[in-house]
Design a protein around this ligand. Structure first.
Ligand code: SAM
Length: 212
């Protein structure tokens, strides 16, 4: 079974599309997509030799030849023309930004991005490019992770609140998002107790306003 984080990403992938998983490591997501009939073909991209060998081993062990396709590539540099959806997950913001800066975002139907760091910076980047955030989910998997679906469709820049907390998440206010905010609030209160700062207090008020 895959992690709750990867499962959330899998649930945001339209059936029967061709997916490119950037930085696939053990090819867990591509294998899951194919083995569960969600996709017939998934590219598992890797920039490093060790993880690429992990991909090749998984494909061989699970008999997924021709369905999960290992690609030695920095980001989408070697992506074929038939790719519909791109997944970039489990990396830091700066790596994700490098991958997005180096590709033609317009070529793809949509991206699913999950950054382990600076999700607000990632949303700011999406906003500055005038891309459209189409969906967002928070998933708990030992930590809270955010998965953002965006496309190159034109959108006016998002507000500061939308960049910080997510336009769709703010609109939907689902249970996991609110639990994530409660968690953030608790942590901020502890930090602020130890070292009082105006910026913490401002953020506490901001989150309290959303939760109410
Ligand atoms: N995507 C999987 C996940 O979410 O569980 C694996 C994440 S793993 C922590 C990050 C992987 O991204 C590493 O195997 C690394 O080699 C790969 N990676 C980092 N930069 C990359 C790039 N520019 N292009 C392709 N792969 C990259």
């Amino acid at each position: 079974m895959i992690s709750a984080r990867l499962l959330q990403i899998a649930m945001m992938i339209e059936r029967k599309k061709v997916v490119f998983d950037v930085g696939s490591d053990h090819a867990l997501l591509p294998s899951f997509l194919v083995e569960n009939g969600i996709c017939d073909k998934v590219y598992a991209g890797e920039i490093a030799e060790g993880p690429l060998n992990n991909v090749i081993e998984t494909v061989h062990k699970r008999g997924l030849e021709g369905k999960v396709i290992p690609v030695f590539s920095d980001g989408l540099a070697k992506a074929e023309d038939d790719v519909d959806i791109v997944v970039i997950a489990g990396m830091g913001y700066h790596t994700i930004k490098h991958i997005l800066d180096s590709c033609e975002v317009e070529r793809y139907q949509y991206f699913l991005v999950q950054s382990n760091t600076d999700v607000d910076l990632l949303r700011r980047y999406i906003s500055e490019q005038m891309y459209t955030i189409e969906d967002e989910k928070v998933v708990y998997d030992d930590f809270y992770y955010q998965v953002i679906r965006f496309s190159a469709d034109l959108h006016e820049p998002y507000s500061e609140m939308e960049i910080k907390y997510g336009p769709i998440l703010l609109q939907r206010r689902d249970e996991v998002f609110l639990a994530y905010l409660e968690d953030q609030l608790e942590k901020l209160k502890i930090i602020n107790k130890r070292a009082k700062k105006a910026e913490y207090e401002e953020k506490i008020k901001e989150i309290e306003k959303i939760i109410v």
